[in-house]
Design a protein. Structure first.
Lengths: 418, 215
């Protein structure tokens, strides 16, 4: 009777699984990892009035140096309106890319599986507010057959109290989970990230619609409004989707990156307003948050806005918006990150994405429509760099202003089918 | 039996570039107890027809309602270590754990449904069923196929299961994302597992959670 099981056990001992990770910052449930050369970079782009059609759009750039159209825009799919295009994420089977609008509260689903060079808009989800009461779909984090959507705000008062909505891959609402407001929780939301082997889900916190849609110069002069930023992270039991602990992480903790090394039990984040790196780790049975580093001069408010961890968990890229710098931290000891490199990569920089092998780094320019700089400082671009471990060397650039595409924000990679 | 399983140990091919191999999913936590959490309905299991091991055409509903069902799509000549072999091994481990709980075992079933009807005929599925003592043990384990690709397609679409036929080095393979579906007695998908998520202890707790709902 046990013979089949014994044989299967032997087979499994010989076989192994793909690493539970994606090219460094996607959901660990996303399949078909691109560990070699990416062919395309998809850029979720916020429309600008009088720039082309003025609509939000998914711009696709050829990114393989062997391609004839390397560094060129190969397609652009407009979504019919302008609604603060921001972040996006693949479904677990990597066939579709979900992208959100922070002001129109819409979710756009693009087919990137059939032909990644020419994504097709296949579905627009418009019932997030109606179904969940949440506003501002930010993080799209795949779990099997579903998408977790970390949101920023709510439809009731447009403040920062919000939660996580769950949709199935067909675009149907499944459930909602409020970020806790008790036990020290402020209820604010931003990023979502899961460590499957620990059954641990972390959420971070930013600010609500009333703040992120205000002009930045006006906002920072409003003392009351500046109090309405998230100061917490929450540890969740992912299986049960229940919060288990609220961690104090002041200053708007944004992107969360788990170490991708199997069995590791820590994640890192950057607090935007305080310019601090925070480590979240399990000590014994308790999850704790520790301030472990400083990014630039916090007094100058460099505004760290995105981080990207290396596949081995030993390095971290940090983009700071205000000074336009891309910084590299040695994370060999995550308790004491050390900055080892910096370079001005633009007059304003926001997102940063790296290839799995760490040899290529992409930087985009736009933060939010009303937070981007003005005049000549309002560069809009995607810049690709090669990284040899010591120096970022420009590879190509697409000028999103010159090509009248819009404000370049989040980037995701895809590859041609093998 | 050896003929049936030998196909599983051919060199693995995978669509992912440079897909390195590591150990099976690590479970470094104690899962929440069965019944201490809820699993919201994700989607309905699709309607359609399947072919059982005896070659009879039957409604899929007979295999996804009335009991808590753990269903995976497989193809018997799959060579992707992170695909069908893992799914089959996991179902076998879940069955072994459930067999220690006669009440739960009596209210559950396992289903492996082929997405390669050309190769996986009822005869082939019957061989697998015999190997794994399909109906002879509790919970029962059904090895199903379909009459044609046109009969299979709406089932794949309905479950949201991707599958693409590719040719590599002269070998035909079906690229797919490993998904295992947990379906309640009313035919609603309540959990979906993938390679990073296939932890037998957790799956058994999920089955017990749904079984308790039905009582």
């Amino acid at each position: 009777m046990k013979e089949p099981i014994a044989v299967i056990a032997l087979l499994l001992a010989a076989f192994t699984l793909p690493a539970a990770a994606d090219e460094t910052c996607n959901s660990p449930y996303t399949t078909a990892l691109i560990k070699g050369q990416e062919d395309y970079v998809h850029v979720w782009t916020l429309g600008v009035k009088d720039w082309g059609d003025g609509q939000d759009k998914l711009v696709t750039i050829s990114a393989n140096p062997k391609a004839k159209d390397y560094g060129k825009v190969v397609s652009s799919v407009s979504v019919g309106s302008r609604g603060e295009a921001h972040h996006m994420g693949f479904t677990d089977d990597r066939r579709y890319l979900w992208a959100g609008g922070l002001s129109d509260n819409r979710i756009y689903v693009f087919d990137v599986g059939k032909n990644p060079a020419k994504p097709v808009l296949t579905r627009t989800i418009t019932d997030l507010g109606e179904k969940s009461g949440y506003l501002g779909p930010h993080t799209f984090y795949a779990v099997p057959g579903r998408m977790l959507i970390g949101t920023l705000s709510n439809t009731k008062d447009k403040g920062g109290v919000t939660g996580i909505a769950v949709y199935n891959n067909k675009g149907e609402f499944v459930a909602k989970y409020d970020v806790p407001t008790g036990s020290g929780g402020d209820g604010y939301g931003y990023d979502v990230a899961i460590n499957p082997s620990k059954n641990a889900m972390l959420t971070s916190s930013f600010t609500g619609f009333n703040n992120y849609m205000r002009p930045l110069g006006e906002l920072i002069k409003d003392g009351e409004a500046m109090k309405k930023f998230g100061n917490t992270m929450v540890v969740w039991d992912h299986k049960a989707m229940k919060p288990t602990k609220v961690l104090s992480v002041p200053g708007g903790p944004l992107e969360i990156r788990w170490s991708l090394k199997p069995g590791d039990n820590w994640a890192i984040t950057a607090a935007a307003l305080t310019s601090k790196l925070w480590l979240v780790k399990q000590e014994g049975k308790e999850w704790v948050a520790k301030e472990v580093g400083t990014i630039g001069d916090p007094a100058k408010i460099p505004l760290p806005v995105d981080i990207s961890i290396t596949a081995d968990g030993k390095g971290l890229w940090v983009n700071t918006f205000m000074d336009g710098k891309t910084r590299y931290f040695d994370l060999t000891n995550p308790e004491a990150p050390k900055q080892t490199y910096e370079k001005v990569t633009g007059k304003q920089v926001n997102m940063i994405s790296q290839s799995w092998d760490g040899k290529r780094v992409y930087v985009s320019s736009s933060l939010l429509e009303n937070w981007d700089k003005g005049g000549a400082d309002n560069e809009q671009f995607v810049r690709a760099f090669n990284w040899n471990g010591k120096e970022l060397t420009p590879a190509f650039e697409v000028d999103f202003a010159k090509e009248k595409l819009g404000r370049a924000h989040h980037m995701k990679f895809s590859a041609k089918p093998l | 039996m050896l003929a049936a399983t030998a196909c599983l140990i051919a060199p693995a091919l995978h669509a992912a570039q440079g897909d390195e191999r590591v150990a099976a999913p690590l479970q470094l936590f104690t899962p929440p107890p069965a019944g201490s959490y809820t699993l919201p309905p994700i989607q309905s299991a699709p309607r359609g027809r399947v072919v059982d091991e005896a070659g009879r055409s039957r409604p899929l509903a007979e295999f996804v309602t009335g009991r808590v069902t753990l269903l995976s799509f497989i193809y018997t000549h799959c060579t992707d270590a992170a695909g069908c072999p893992l799914a089959i091994a996991t179902l076998a481990q879940v069955r072994e754990r459930l067999s220690a709980n006669p009440v739960a075992a009596g209210g559950a079933r396992l289903v492996s449904l082929s997405f390669d009807p050309e190769y996986d005929t009822p005869d082939v599925m019957r061989l697998f069923s015999k190997t794994f003592e399909g109906a002879a043990r509790k919970p029962p384990w059904h090895f199903l196929t379909t009459a044609s690709q046109s009969q299979l397609a709406p089932l794949l679409e309905g479950f949201g299961q991707d599958a693409a036929v590719t040719e590599a080095s002269g070998a035909r393979r079906l690229d797919h994302t490993l998904r295992v579906f947990l379906i309640d007695s009313r035919g609603r998908v309540r959990e979906i597992y993938s390679a990073a998520y296939l932890m037998p202890e957790v799956i058994v707790n999920d089955i017990l959670t749904l079984a308790a709902e039905a009582r």
